[in-house]
Design a protein around this ligand. Sequence first.
Ligand SMILES: Nc1nc2c(c(=O)[nH]1)N[C@H]1C(S)=C(S)[C@@H](COP(=O)(O)O)O[C@H]1N2
Ligand SMILES: [Mo]
Length: 529
Amino acid sequence: MTTDTAARTTEAPTVRRPHAWPWAAFAGIVAAAVLLAVAEMFAALVARSASPVLAVGSFIVDIVPRPLKELAITLFGESDKIALLVGVGLGAAVASAVAGILEYRFRFVGAVLIGIGGILATAAILTRAGAGALAWLPPVLGTVVGIVVLLLSISRLRRWIRAASARDAHKAGANRRQFLLLTGLTAVGAVVVGVGARVLNATTASVAAARDALRLPAARTTVTVPAGADLDIDGLTPIITPNGDFYRVDTALTVPNVDPTTWRLSIEGMVDTPIELSFDDLVGMGLDEYGVTLTCVSNEVGGGLVGNAIWTGVPIRDVLRMAGVQADADMVLSESVDGYTASTPLSSLTDDNLDAIFAVAMNGEPLPFEHGFPVRMVVPGLYGYVSATKWVTKLTVTRFDQDEAYWTPRGYSAEAPIKMSSRVDTPKLGTPVTAGTVVIAGMAWAQPVGVQKVEVSIDDGDWQETQLSTPINDQSWVQWRLDWNAEPGSHYIAVRATDKQGNLQIQDQAPIAPDGSSGWQRTLVTVSS
Ligand SMILES: Nc1nc2c(c(=O)[nH]1)N[C@H]1C(S)=C(S)[C@@H](COP(=O)(O)O)O[C@H]1N2
Ligand SMILES: [Mo]
């Protein structure tokens, strides 16, 4: 007590004038945090999808130009979405700090800035697919509360600084305490409420339980993986990709949670009778297994955006037949619960010799959430972006000259058959091998025709035919191997495939846009003595 009083008396004559800008910036950031927390809280009450953080993030994912998207994937890989959210967060923090400083210098300018931010967030939310009727409410309420917090705290800050300039120690102290109390408490409150509500909004518990409880009827026919389908070589990709290792590509910031008991599939557009199926209706049509290799258009030559699974499902042609497709239709636009769309040629879905399916299981278990639970499409021979719609909920039978899909205006072809490709898995660039007999091995695919042969050329020498694994079917990739007598030094290994119709893999190099990469992989390997 005594020392305290002593300290105060010695300090009292010099009333320190605080640095206004850092405090104003802090007030701006607190106001933005309040905006987000209040919006998130009301979103938890009225509209789970109205989360401003995710809506703005998703909006940016959709408007970012393709080269930037590719750069983000190159830089951050699987963490590209986390990087985006961190980027959005940092951008919002800087903008709100600026709003705080401006509000301090020019009354109401910061408030207008926060208001503009709120309007942009509201617009991002309202333009998301599946935005409910009340989706505007959370961001609008959040913006109002955020602006009030900004005005109150900046006016306290101004009083504090005015009193400090006037050397009124008592008044300065009182206003300082009020400012710190207001911003401090609201900051803590915003973090607690915001994080709590976000966690609540992201709750997947009920759908996860529904997936665990799901008992699918046994498949009537199963895929037999023949003996010799997997050459079982060190460093070679397994012939069936385990679900946990399967590549994932989609535009979804958070994985959609779709409850199979409320899920519906509607078939609309150019059909005789629009129909709607429940999950039980679909599964009740009878399940069969299909082995299909899925490939992403973004896969570079030699890349890993490709995987093979045994899918359990129902042929799409059987469902289309129930609705009755009209004669002049030539495309099916499939739509996900999150608004993503793909355009698939109608003929690929109605062909009796090509098993395009609605898949409900992947390698013997219900689809993992990231791979489209409860129902996705799988079409042999077409890149995923034009066929493999996950979380699918609607098919519109239409025409290519009437409708377009998500990626079409973004620089990718409306139609995109998978280009035949082959790659070397082992030996790997940067992993030296020892001289002597070295097994060169890799994968090759030519859906839906099938791979006839794979050839390898060492140091641009003669093409040597490799040994192929026993194919599961023509829709699935194969493994290949070649024993090589490796001599010390650096060597080039090139690989190319030929399909069962005698077509040679395209040698000309093409980038992934607009319809998939091509070229023969040529990889460098170091052999030590
Ligand atoms: N709903 C939805 N489905 C989608 C996509 C998407 O962005 N959203 N991406 C497609 C693309 S580009 C590919 S390559 C495949 C990938 O499927 P996977 O993630 O199960 O490997 O899903 C397709 N289905
Ligand atoms: Mo893709």
